[in-house]
Design a binder for this molecule. Structure first.
Ligand code: IMP
Ligand code: MG
Length: 187
């Protein structure tokens, strides 16, 4: 059995929400748009670990201009479904972003509190510009309104996991995005 098919996974995973093909097609479009928007600019792409892992890897390869890559890492208190937990920076940038054009990449934006916290930190570093790119956007959950420049998919208020996103720290390595199925093990 092909290891990338849902059937190869043990247990009762939720249904496929975004297939590998759908994701790759959209990532290619985003990469082309970003390449054209930032042509000739000093671009630094910054991702937040760990959820952004696969999206970042695929997006970077879809961008066809030179760029620098850096990561922030955060930890959050409380279970993954509760996104109000306190956010703490556990890894800062390695490079300076002053006077560079920063593209900040997230896996998913839900209430917007995490993004608000992280973009404040980035703005203090005085980049030449700061734009936001997210794979998934749950607009109806928004509590802090921040304009998003590049959105992979607008999704309804459902808990999703896979392709970097976790369900209680598991399933990040699913190659597609699944939607949570009620009754599935969770905290
Ligand atoms: P926000 O601060 O509410 O925008 O939370 C964003 C963070 O919540 C994301 O970076 C994820 O870590 C987590 N999150 C929100 N919704 C989901 C989801 O459906 N699946 C997995 N993680 C999620
Ligand atoms: Mg995240």
């Amino acid at each position: 059995m092909d290891a990338s098919t849902p059937a190869a996974w043990p247990g009762d995973l939720g249904p496929v929400f975004l297939s590998e093909d759908e994701i790759q097609e959209r990532v290619a479009e985003l990469g082309a748009q970003i390449s054209s928007d930032y042509a000739g600019k000093d671009l630094a792409v910054i991702g937040v670990l760990k959820g952004v892992l696969f999206f970042m890897a695929d997006l970077l390869r879809a961008i066809t201009i030179p760029l620098a890559v850096d990561f922030l890492a955060i930890s959050r208190y409380g279970p993954s479904q509760q996104t109000h937990g306190i956010v703490r920076l556990t890894k800062d940038l390695n490079e300076t972003v002053a006077d560079r054009h920063v593209l900040f990449v997230e896996d998913i934006i839900d209430t917007g509190h995490t993004l608000d916290y992280l973009t404040r930190i980035l703005r203090e570093r005085e980049p030449a510009s700061l734009r936001i790119c997210t794979l998934l956007n749950k607009q109806e959950r928004r509590e802090v309104e921040i304009p998003i420049d590049y959105v992979g998919f607008n999704i309804p208020n459902k808990f999703v996991y896979g392709y970097g996103l976790d369900l209680d720290q598991l399933y990040r390595n699913l190659p597609y995005v699944a939607v949570f199925k009620p009754g599935q093990d969770q905290e």
